[in-house]
Design a protein around this ligand. Structure first.
Ligand SMILES: NC(=O)c1ccc[n+]([C@@H]2O[C@H](COP(=O)([O-])OP(=O)(O)OC[C@H]3O[C@@H](n4cnc5c(N)ncnc54)[C@H](O)[C@@H]3O)[C@@H](O)[C@H]2O)c1
Length: 361
């Protein structure tokens, strides 16, 4: 079924006006099957083919989806560089108008349209699953282009990257504990995990196994079952950030670290999987001023892209992937040291590290 594009002459362009533009190529098209606006943003191929997920989400206007693709693709350049990958940054975003819920057939059409758009870029960009898409939907994209990874394992693909993401966050937590408390041992440490989904759930299990004391929350109350299974304390989602603990571990949606949340934190450090944790860029300064050590999200959660990149290579080696993911902890430790030595925020130190690879190529 062809959907009506949401384009109007009175399009609000503020989201685009506020976006920073330094992208190599941005393709905005209307899917010929789905009628949906599809934006494929290639921010940089300096380090290699751009890699970043495909997001299919409801936005008020198609320009909001384009603005999101511009922001997210630039973030992927930093993430892939900080992860040590020979990959550039890109992202694709499919705009679903507010209030519209796609049928299975419409999702399939959107994925075929996305595949055509990606194929037209001649290998500049490779996609993978992200919010609103899945390994199964990536198999549909693969009907139209080879530039897609993370297909279901039973179809010969790399599958779900959440194990690797959680392992990278776990390694980052150990590095943060070492920087703060002089030991990587989390036994007896009190950690608060907000968001018990694919990554947060796995992390809750690995941290429990390592002897950590957990307080957990999720807006999905079904996750109380996991809390009970792990004998973790449960707290309401809007109170989790103010619990007195050693570390706060945001694993839900972006923007969790708002100015109010930063003011109300009662922890020594923040390290978690969630993307775009800082609601405002100056949140890094606000955290530093409060003496809270923040491990930058785009470094901490790089395990997923490391996995997708390495596991989709023909000579994929599980041990080598695990070592690279584990090394995220070393990168986090380097960022903490650089930030302290140069009296800059951990965000600035992480961005410098990522940029240093981009300028030396
Ligand atoms: N899955 C990956 O491999 C991966 C890789 C890199 C980054 N990330 C990021 O990590 C975060 C978690 O990813 P995921 O794959 O586990 O997602 P998910 O959707 O499986 O889990 C997110 C969980 O957070 C909960 N949640 C949402 N809003 C919340 C709130 N305000 N308070 C508490 N809980 C809330 C949801 O109910 C859900 O259970 C996301 O920000 C994602 O972008 C994930």
């Amino acid at each position: 079924m062809i959907m009506q594009p949401s384009t109007t002459l009175e399009a609000p362009v503020s989201a685009i006006e506020n976006a920073e533009f330094g992208h190599e190529n941005v393709l905005i098209s209307t899917g010929k099957r789905s009628g949906l606006v599809i934006c494929v943003a290639v921010h940089s191929t300096v380090l290699g083919q751009a890699l970043g997920g495909a997001r299919m989400w409801n936005y008020p206007h198609w320009t909001d989806a384009v603005a999101d693709s511009l922001r997210l693709s630039a973030a992927m350049t930093l993430k892939n560089s900080a992860a040590g990958l020979n990959r550039g940054g890109g992202k694709s975003v499919i705009h679903i108008p507010l209030g519209v819920v796609l049928t299975g057939e419409q999702k399939r059409d959107a994925m075929l349209d996305l595949g055509d758009a990606i194929e037209s870029l001649n290998g500049a960009y490779m996609t993978a699953e992200d919010v609103g898409t899945s390994a199964e939907l990536m198999a549909v994209v693969a009907e139209r282009t080879e530039h897609v990874c993370g297909l279901p394992a039973d179809q010969g693909g790399a599958g779900e990257p959440a194990d690797a993401t959680a392992a990278g966050v776990h390694a980052s937590i150990l590095a943060t504990c070492e920087a703060l408390f002089g030991t990587r041992d989390v036994a007896g440490r009190h950690l608060v995990i907000s968001g018990l989904g694919q990554v947060g759930g796995r992390l809750a299990r690995s941290l429990t196994a390592a002897g950590a004391v957990l307080t957990v929350t999720d807006v999905n109350l079904d996750r109380k079952l996991l809390a009970a299974e792990l004998s973790a304390n449960w707290v309401d989602a809007d109170e989790a950030h103010s619990v007195i603990a050693d570390l706060y571990v945001p694993c839900g949606m972006g923007g969790a670290l708002s100015p109010r949340v930063i003011r109300e934190l009662n922890v020594s450090g923040v390290v978690g999987a969630a993307n775009n944790q800082l609601a405002q860029h100056d949140g890094a300064e606000a955290l530093a001023e409060r003496g809270i050590l923040w491990a930058p999200d785009f470094v901490v959660n790089g395990g997923g892209v490391i996995y997708l990149d390495m596991a989709s290579a023909p000579d994929a080696d599980a041990d080598a992937i695990a070592q690279r993911v584990e090394a995220i902890g070393d990168t986090v430790a380097t960022i903490f040291r650089d930030a302290a030595a140069l009296s800059i925020t951990t965000l600035d130190a992480a961005e410098r590290l990522a940029q240093s690879r981009l300028v030396t190529v």
